[in-house]
Design a protein around this ligand. Structure first.
Ligand SMILES: Cc1ncc(COP(=O)(O)O)c(C=O)c1O
Length: 389
């Protein structure tokens, strides 16, 4: 790594953001958002029984072309609900990458089941399909149309793929792999609203997809999420589960099973509705920002600027550099320099299998995952930096 790399990096990022202080991902909020939330307050339907929530679901369905959309309080509750819909039990394992936000692994633990960590590839930061297939051939057994881990004897019931930073792998191949090994496919598209694979919205390939509308996402409802599905039965069950499993009735309150208070409130949906009105503008700004970074990093031999692979059209949620050196020490030095220079930058998350709460979880060889942990840096990606010309 050249001596002045860190300073050149700071200069390059500042040239793009044109800011003394820049942030990883700020929400794009203005007066129109305030007006929409005010409107909701005036209707008094501020909680989860609210026309705003129904309207928000319809708008998300229109953009994603998902047949059914169920709005939830956040992405984590959407993942938990998805696992419940597939009846994930203490005797089940759920496959997921270790380079991942903690939500999926936590949600599996909420079901008293076991996360099982799998390898990703450098090209698209998604599950390494070939390695996973070879691994499953070796460690699993298909019996009566179910996949079992030969060693732990537990059933491997589902794969949660994560569309990291808004990018995706080949979802047709991932789907085929899941079919072959009798696995349910859940797409964690929390970071991927506005991203497509072969012109189809991410989150609409699997049995279920999940979105997040947290404040740091490309479109925000403050806190919020959604479940996407094309299956009417799953959609009905999801709507019931997130509403305490209440049996619909005008005045009686009866509950069919254990449920959750996971439905998105109207206030949050109202914010989402005004955000949707400017979503095209936000997406355009994000693409512009990504292009600016791509151009400026052409001259950097010390890093690769991560770009979408063939057939993926990304929302570029977080712009990502991948250092060529394989050293935690150097990565941390770069992070220190950036953050001390007013540039909010972060590494990817600490790998899940390195957390004590997941030490006992099974995992495949995670060579690439471990390398990427030492190389990935996310840089300021707020949409307004794309509009700075
Ligand atoms: C990959 C991923 N999955 C799940 C979540 C959880 O979403 P939420 O924060 O809305 O619960 C997040 C984000 O925050 C995420 O980045």
């Amino acid at each position: 790594m050249k001596k002045n790399f860190n300073s050149r990096l700071v200069k390059a990022i500042k040239l793009v953001t044109k800011k003394k202080k820049s942030y990883l991902h700020e929400p794009h909020l203005d007066e129109s958002d305030i007006q929409e939330v005010k409107k909701c307050i005036k209707t008094t339907f501020v909680s989860s029984i609210s026309p705003q929530v129904n309207l928000f679901e319809k708008s998300i369905a229109k953009i994603t072309k998902s047949k059914y959309v169920i709005a939830t309080v956040n992405g984590t509750s959407a993942i938990h609900t998805a696992l419940k819909l597939f009846d994930i039990k203490p005797t089940d394992e759920v496959l997921m990458p270790s380079l991942n936000f903690v939500s999926s692994a936590n949600a599996v633990k909420y079901c008293s089941a076991t996360p099982h960590f799998v390898e990703i590839n450098k090209k698209n930061l998604s599950v390494d399909i070939i390695k996973l297939e070879n691994y499953l051939k070796k460690i699993s057994l298909i019996k009566k149309n179910h996949c079992f881990n030969k060693k732990t004897k537990r059933r491997i019931k589902a794969l949660v793929v994560v569309h990291l930073f808004g990018y995706s792998g080949n979802l047709n191949k991932i789907n085929a792999l899941c079919k072959k090994f009798k696995l349910k496919l859940i797409e964690d598209a929390a970071e991927a609203f506005g991203s497509y694979f072969k012109k189809k919205h991410l989150g609409t390939f699997g049995d279920l997809g999940v979105l997040s509308f947290n404040g740091n996402k490309i479109l925000t409802t403050g806190g919020g999420g959604a479940i996407l599905t094309s299956n009417l039965g799953l959609a009905r069950k999801a709507s019931s589960l997130i509403n305490q499993s209440k049996i619909p009735h005008k005045w009686e309150t009866k509950f069919s099973e254990i449920g959750y208070n996971y439905r998105l409130p109207g206030l949050n949906a109202a914010l989402g509705l005004s955000q949707i009105k400017k979503f095209k503008k936000i997406l355009k700004a994000k693409k512009k920002l990504n292009k600016k970074y791509r151009n400026i990093f052409k001259n950097f031999k010390e890093l690769e600027f991560f770009t979408e692979s063939k057939d993926c059209s990304s929302n570029h949620w977080l712009n990502t550099i991948i250092l060529k050196t394989n050293s935690m020490n150097l990565r941390n030095k770069v992070l220190k320099k950036l953050n001390n220079s007013g540039i909010q930058a972060r590494p990817c998350w600490k790998l899940l299998h390195k957390h004590k709460q997941f030490f006992d979880c099974p995992k495949m060889e995670l060579k690439i995952t471990e390398k990427l942990e030492k190389k990935i840096i996310n840089i300021p990606s707020s949409p307004m930096y794309g509009l700075n010309d």
